[in-house]
Design a protein around this ligand. Structure first.
Ligand code: ATP
Ligand code: MG
Length: 174
């Protein structure tokens, strides 16, 4: 019997959303669940997770999409097109029935920036294989996404070293 897959959202302005999603992916993979992670905001550096996951390529499929930090981008149309290409990839992976867990890391930004309609995400969640777990991360998850989820955790910032001028640290932030 197939059990119903869950929709999980990690949101909020505190640190820990992506790293919690990676921990979840690791836990699932350890039990033989087939995992695909799609990261929507490609940063300036190669992240530690991308490097480490090369060693787990058999267990966890990773796709890094997007064209850098959206708010720094000069060519908005290029950002939009790259993000939409990432979204099409996400749709294919969700509908492929090849996975038990699909992580859509920083997907909320596509909705926040008006690149992708919230309704499109909700439609895909409804169409997914019933068994599939989907985990979405990103700040400011919209009300409709929250309503569609089974589990929502908010990371709330209490302290962050950035606030006192400490720059992003290799191995901690990226
Ligand atoms: P992480 O990837 O460390 O789990 P995150 O996914 O929760 O963090 P994002 O909102 O995706 O955080 O932001 C990405 C980057 O911004 C990370 O380098 C993260 O450490 C940093 N960051 C997260 N929260 C804050 C904050 N409150 N102030 C400044 N930088 C932050
Ligand atoms: Mg993140």
């Amino acid at each position: 019997m197939t059990e119903k897959g869950l929709v999980l959202i990690y949101t909020g302005d505190g640190k820990g959303k992506t790293t919690a999603a990676l921990g979840q992916a690791l836990r699932a993979a350890g039990h033989g669940l087939r995992v695909c992670i799609i990261q929507f905001i490609k940063g300036a550096w190669e992240t530690g997770e991308a490097k480490a996951l090369q060693a787990f390529a058999e267990l966890i499929e990773l796709h890094v999409t997007g064209s850098g930090f959206t708010w720094q981008a000069k060519d908005k149309e290029e950002v939009r097109q790259t993000a939409l290409a990432g979204w099409r990839l996400a749709r294919d992976k969700v509908l492929s029935d090849d996975f038990d867990l699909v992580v859509l890391d920083e997907l909320t930004y596509l909705v926040t920036y008006g690149i992708l309609a919230e309704a499109e995400v909700i439609k895909l969640l409804a169409m997914r294989p019933p068994r599939l777990h989907v985990l979405i991360t990103g700040r400011a998850a919209s009300a409709g996404l929250i309503a569609a989820a089974d589990l929502v955790t908010e990371m709330r910032e209490i302290k962050h070293p950035y606030k006192i001028g400490i720059q992003a640290r290799k191995g901690i932030e990226w």
